[in-house]
Design a protein. Structure first.
Length: 437
């Protein structure tokens, strides 16, 4: 009886362990399981790893500034050159800032050039003339009025008074008769010219005849004689008399000034004016101070920096190709608001394909070196076998599900037109192509 119980116990124990192993294997085989990544296997001394097809060069591009998209100049599958403009944001504000910065820079440079160049000769001449006039005035106040200045002032006053008296008397009989005679003669000549013109005015070429020119001249002479007669008859106008009165008053004031002795205050003021103009002339002749030039130079530097900043802001509204390639994907439309850092397109160079391993563990990577030969089998193209060699191993491993995975980059010896980005492949690192079935 005891023997039967022992056999039953052993059978139960074996059944339990069998079920546990079976359940564990079933769990490992389920899709999407979090089971530990198995390291690449080895066959005939070669390391077998999974890999994907990648282009020679690729980049995820984004805008450097936020804004509304103004232009999208490319489409998917377009081939672009290095530096080519791909996308432009609306940039009216940035362009206005550049115009303002340029204007400020021009003003700052003009100010610096003005200070560096010193004062113009004309400014020096004007300052010297003002100083000489002030010195002459001081000399006149100090020494008194000369006899010649007094004679000129008195003659000017007498002449001005005589003109005013003539205007106030009005025209005499002789002037009126002379004006009347001139007007009558002009009127008679106009009638004679009009009569001669009437005899030929029917002709088509009357404008070219001497009678037409004679009539025009007689008309002008008559109007001039009539205007002269009216002036003589009516006397001077109010404007003419007012000007004559002003001239008399000015001449009288000038004479009174010469006759009055200068006061101590006026002499002191004249001396101060001479000193002021002398100092001003010396400043002009000395040129700009070093401090002013340095300040103006600083303003130029600041304006240049502001302009460069404005240009940089404009450049951020443009996205240009960093290298020649093909637009692999595009996620942007005109009028759309875009923020910095958001990927708007994928650019890739498809002129040459490479392979990147995806499951090369730390245990296997120690046996992989640069230039190690590789054979490749494509999952999508089973009949295609390619060869290549390892060109680079990324020095930093990534932790994936508990394993540290390294990426090896494989360069193909030959290209195939059927290859596409992210196609999967099996690579045998360190394998002889003749050994692969």
């Amino acid at each position: 009886m005891k023997r039967v119980n022992l056999i039953f116990f052993v059978i139960c124990l074996m059944t339990f362990f069998g079920y546990t192993v079976f359940a564990h294997r079933e769990s490992d085989s389920e899709p999407g399981s979090t089971a530990e990544i198995l390291p690449p296997s080895k066959a005939n001394g070669a390391i077998i790893s999974e890999a994907v097809v990648v282009p020679m060069q690729s980049a995820s591009l984004s805008m450097a500034a936020a804004g509304v998209v103004g232009e999208v100049l490319i489409q998917e599958n377009d081939i672009v050159t290095e530096g080519q403009l791909l996308i432009r944001l609306e940039d009216s504000q940035q362009r206005a800032s550049i115009a303002q910065a340029e204007a400020k820079l021009l003003g700052a440079r003009a100010r610096l050039e003005e200070l560096m160049g010193g004062n113009r000769p004309q400014e020096i001449v004007a300052a010297e003339a003002a100083l000489n006039a002030a010195k002459a005035n001081l000399l006149q106040l100090s020494e008194g009025v000369s006899a010649e200045d007094m004679r000129i002032a008195e003659a000017t006053l007498a002449e001005s008074q005589q003109v005013l008296q003539e205007l106030d008397k009005g025209p005499n009989d002789a002037e009126i008769i002379d004006a009347q005679v001139r007007l009558k003669n002009a009127e008679a000549e106009l009638q004679r010219a009009q009569s001669a013109y009437n005899q030929v005015k029917w002709r088509n070429d009357v404008g070219a005849l001497p009678e037409s020119a004679a009539l025009q001249k007689a008309t002008n002479d008559y109007e001039a004689a009539k205007a002269n007669y009216d002036v003589v008859l009516n006397g001077a106008s109010q404007t003419e008399r007012a000007q004559a009165v002003a001239n008399v008053q000015k001449a009288q004031a000038n004479l009174d000034k010469l006759l009055a002795p200068p006061s101590e205050n006026s002499i002191a003021a004249a001396r101060a004016e001479v000193a002021r103009l002398q100092a001003e002339l010396e400043l002009i002749q000395a040129g700009s101070r070093v401090e002013k030039i340095q300040s103006a130079a600083s303003e130029v530097f600041a304006a240049e920096a502001a302009l460069e900043e404005a240009k940089s802001s404009l450049a951020k509204t443009e996205l240009r190709a960093p290298f020649a390639g093909t637009i692999a994907s595009l996620d942007l439309a005109v009028g759309e608001y875009v923020s910095p850092g958001r990927t708007v397109l994928q650019l890739a160079d498809f002129t040459e394909w490479y392979l990147e391993t995806e499951d090369l563990t730390e245990v296997s990577v120690v046996n992989v070196k640069r230039d190690t030969p590789v054979t490749v089998t494509m999952d999508a193209i089973p009949d295609l076998q390619l060869t290549g060699h390892v060109v680079r191993i990324k020095p930093l491993g990534e932790n994936k599900q508990g394993d540290v995975i390294y990426t090896a980059l494989v360069q193909l010896d030959e290209q195939d037109g059927r290859l596409r980005w992210n196609m999967t492949a099996e690579v045998r690192i360190g394998a002889d192509p003749s050994e692969q079935n």
